[in-house]
Design a protein around this ligand. Structure first.
Ligand SMILES: N[C@@H](CCC(=O)N[C@@H](CS)C(=O)NCC(=O)O)C(=O)O
Length: 213
């Protein structure tokens, strides 16, 4: 049994939970972080000195943090080869796209764009900074668009761990009030992901509780 600490509205928790859902693993999850608190207690900090979510414990194993590492752990231990190949070169190709998506898309979206639009008070908003952030993000999404024009999924023709790292931010990207360039392959990809039950359950989650007026 997996134990997961982290609120449903955390994008990193969403990536983890989507993966857990795709792999069909039994779990229990504790709401921790943001308005739920609980991530600054000695017990939590003993599991993760960063005080961030998610944290995962598999059975009685030592707790794990860093979403990318947790995803790789779950994939290596529980996934089929199509999701996380056994062959080193094929696996690294998936990992390359996963790492790229986290560092280039998720990180250029979550704080500079999503936080700005949803989690920043009107008086503190900076339209020029947002426009610049959208420009940076757009260049990365153009790379995804080119890739998804010739491949059904990010790492190729099968759903892999790389799609978790790209796809978990797309619900918010397409839902918030921002200008979006026309990227038909990315839109098709997002709509395909939104057909997956685990994506709907764990990623298409209301972020109203995060809103700052
Ligand atoms: N590099 C870490 C980042 C973890 C992180 O920043 N988590 C955020 C939520 S997405 C957090 O814990 N925020 C504090 C809170 O929820 O109270 C990872 O990938 O897991």
């Amino acid at each position: 049994m997996l134990t997961i600490w982290g609120r449903r509205t955390s994008s990193n928790v969403q990536a983890l939970m989507w993966c857990v859902g795709e792999l069909g693993l039994p779990y229990r999850r504790h709401d921790i972080g943001h308005r739920h608190g609980g991530n600054d207690t000695p017990a939590f900090l003993a599991m993760n000195p960063n005080g961030t979510v998610p944290v995962l414990r598999d059975g009685d194993d030592e707790p794990l943090w860093e979403t990318g590492a947790i995803l790789r752990y779950l994939a290596t231990r529980y996934a089929e080869a199509a999701f996380w190949p056994l062959d080193l070169r094929a696996r690294t190709h998936v990992d390359k796209w996963a790492e790229w998506a986290k560092l280039n898309v998720a990180m250029n979206f979550t704080v500079p764009v999503f936080w700005h639009v949803v989690r920043t008070a009107s008086r503190d908003k900076n339209p020029a900074a947002l426009a610049q952030a959208l420009d940076v993000l757009g260049k990365k999404l153009d790379i995804a668009e080119a890739r998804l024009t010739s491949h059904a999924f990010l790492a190729g023709d099968r759903f892999t761990l790389a799609d978790i790292q790209l796809g978990h931010v797309l619900y918010r990207y397409f839902d918030i009030d921002i200008p979006r360039a026309d990227r038909p392959a990315l839109r098709r990809y997002y709509e395909m992901l939104a057909d997956r039950p685990a994506f709907r359950e764990h990623v298409m989650v209301s972020y109203d509780e995060l809103r700052v007026a």
